[in-house]
Design a binder for this molecule. Sequence first.
Ligand SMILES: Cc1cc2nc3c(=O)[nH]c(=O)nc-3n(C[C@H](O)[C@H](O)[C@H](O)COP(=O)(O)OP(=O)(O)OC[C@H]3O[C@@H](n4cnc5c(N)ncnc54)[C@H](O)[C@@H]3O)c2cc1C
Length: 289
Amino acid sequence: MMYDCIIIGSGPAGISAALTLQANKKEFLLFGSEELSQKIVKAETIHNYPGLTDVSGKEFCAALKAQLSAAKITVKTEKVAGVYALKEKFSVMTQAGEAYEAKTVILACGVESVKQIEGEETYLGRGVSYCATCDGFLYKNKTIAVICTTKALEHEIGYLADLAKKVYLIPMYKEVEIDRENVTLIRKMPVKIDGEMRVKNLTFADSPTEEIPSVLPIDGVFMLRDCVSPAVLVGGLEMQEGHVVVSRDMSTNLKGCFAAGDCTGRPYQYAKAAGEGNVAAHSVCAFLK
Ligand SMILES: Cc1cc2nc3c(=O)[nH]c(=O)nc-3n(C[C@H](O)[C@H](O)[C@H](O)COP(=O)(O)OP(=O)(O)OC[C@H]3O[C@@H](n4cnc5c(N)ncnc54)[C@H](O)[C@@H]3O)c2cc1C
């Protein structure tokens, strides 16, 4: 099926875009997560969203879920691995290997608060990967490092541990549940990825210990993050200082591709994200006409 639009991200920007597209009777898919957005759930108290006084992030999330349900909008909880601009359409690939097509795309994937590691961009596709299910098979019987920022992605570590000979897991969260013979936990700060044609080493800021040297020899690194840079998702997307470059109508440099919310720049706020999602959806409707 050819959708009118595919929205990537179920935070305030993506939800606002979805509600507007629904009101305009467009056929669309909304990709995101079960909890909608970690950045909503984790907020202690929200004071600055019009119409809401002192609600918790969890209450805000519940209200958004109820609104989506009343509008009969479902969130597809598959992670998008790549968006490909083809002639007058987009192909959206998920990490599960499914492909969907749409005439337009709205990027509402938020921003990753974790800083990129030196060498990450240089070695992307040459030993650095963001998707376990897409690239895991390349590391069968090899030694890999996995830098994981969220417990929600722990199942992907299990998948990699099934394939690789050795996994060095560097979690950026507290309670690690994975317990596998070939997985070694490292509580150190990775600072650099380097190599030659392909990745060879991961360097830590901390001093070496008996088991873990400062420079760890590896065949690849998986960066498992809740959200990756939109530039990694969409080839050829114009970015500036880590944000998608957009016009007033939220269009990007790629025809039919729009962006909204934190991924387009500061201020990082719910109201700004929701407003931009709304504008992006109206622009999609105008574009489709
Ligand atoms: C602890 C905390 C408290 C905050 N408190 C406030 C506050 O009080 N007031 C305020 O105005 N702002 C607050 N903010 C900022 C606010 O949360 C953000 O500005 C807002 O959530 C941005 O919305 P967004 O839709 O752009 O992105 P996000 O809310 O980050 O949502 C992005 C969504 O995209 C999904 N996604 C990303 N990549 C993919 C992919 N490849 N495939 C599928 N889905 C994907 C993510 O899972 C997520 O669902 C707070 C932020 C934090 C962290």
